[in-house]
Design a protein around this ligand. Structure first.
Ligand SMILES: [Zn+2]
Ligand SMILES: [Zn+2]
Length: 280
């Protein structure tokens, strides 16, 4: 049987693996297909596609967008997006600027708390256009201000803590539209984490294609619940580990194994949409 992991991050956002390392770990994890879904960037997709092709692994270009609907945050995954699509690139470059500004704000607050974290050290460590909170946490550990990344979130960075700065979000409806116009499928990420069930009907109405039923942080009961929801609304089913690199000494990649037939259904939907737009 063939398996896929459709939720993965690299150094191009807040993961720690290069695309090449990611593919290496995917191989070790026994995967035949992977999708790269970095936050607000598709930059890693070109190298990941080459690395995957070198080992005859199937690669799906993707992205993860932070969105909201009626003040509820949700993450929207885009699969099979055209990574050269002009509108997609223009929009995500705006999100990247906002992310960089957010880092500036978080570091200022940390400084106000008496911790002399250097903003440049965060940007240097992140070394990407899509920096996020994990980079701030890693830079704090590296500078010796704290001993573990979790401490950074607990004391400073998580919601409700003094250095927490709200993230700006695209509306879910716009995120779906943006992904569609780039030829992609829009999938709701880890619904069990965001507790967003009440908004599902509205975003299905807006054109949501699928739902991530299988995720590292979903219990079996959650996965079953979202499979039922997928059935009810005729949504495609996806799954992935949301690997950001090593987690407690091991990478998560491959720990969530999506049967490949689910990927075939995604591909059929992309093909169907392409032929529909070609006719009209
Ligand atoms: Zn997410
Ligand atoms: Zn993710």
């Amino acid at each position: 049987m063939k398996f896929a992991d459709l939720h993965l991050h690299t150094k191009f956002s807040d993961g720690t693996f290069s695309p090449e390392e990611l593919v290496l770990h995917a191989q070790k994890g026994g995967l035949s297909c992977i999708a790269l879904t970095d936050h607000d960037t598709v930059e890693g997709c070109a190298s990941a596609a080459i690395a995957a092709a070198n080992v005859k692994m199937e690669f799906i270009p993707g992205v993860e967008l932070t969105a909201e609907h009626n003040d509820t945050e949700l993450h929207v995954l885009g699969y099979f997006v055209d990574t050269q699509n002009k509108k997609l690139l223009a929009e995500i470059s705006k999100f990247q600027i906002v992310r960089q500004h957010r880092i500036h704000q978080m570091v200022s607050r940390i400084n106000e708390m008496g911790v002399p974290l250097d903003e440049e050290s965060v940007f240097a460590l992140a070394n990407c256009k899509s920096p996020g909170r994990p980079h701030v946490a890693r830079a704090m550990v590296k500078a010796g201000f704290i001993s573990h990344m979790d401490e950074a979130f607990e004391r400073f960075l998580k919601k409700g803590r003094p250095a927490w700065v709200p993230k700006s979000k695209i509306s879910a409806l716009d995120a779906i539209e943006l992904i569609h116009q780039a030829g992609g499928l829009a999938v709701m990420a880890h619904p069990g984490l965001n507790k967003t069930d009440e908004i599902i009907p509205a975003i299905v109405e807006a054109g949501l294609d699928g739902i991530e039923c299988f995720h590292t942080k979903h219990s079996t009961a959650m996965s079953e619940r979202y499979m039922e929801i997928a059935d009810k609304y005729n949504l495609l089913v996806t799954g992935g580990s949301d690997c950001h690199g090593f987690s407690k000494g091991k990478p998560l990649i491959g720990t969530v194994k999506l049967p490949y037939e689910r990927v075939e259904k995604l591909k059929a939907k992309v093909a169907e949409r392409k032929s529909a737009t070609a006719v009209s």
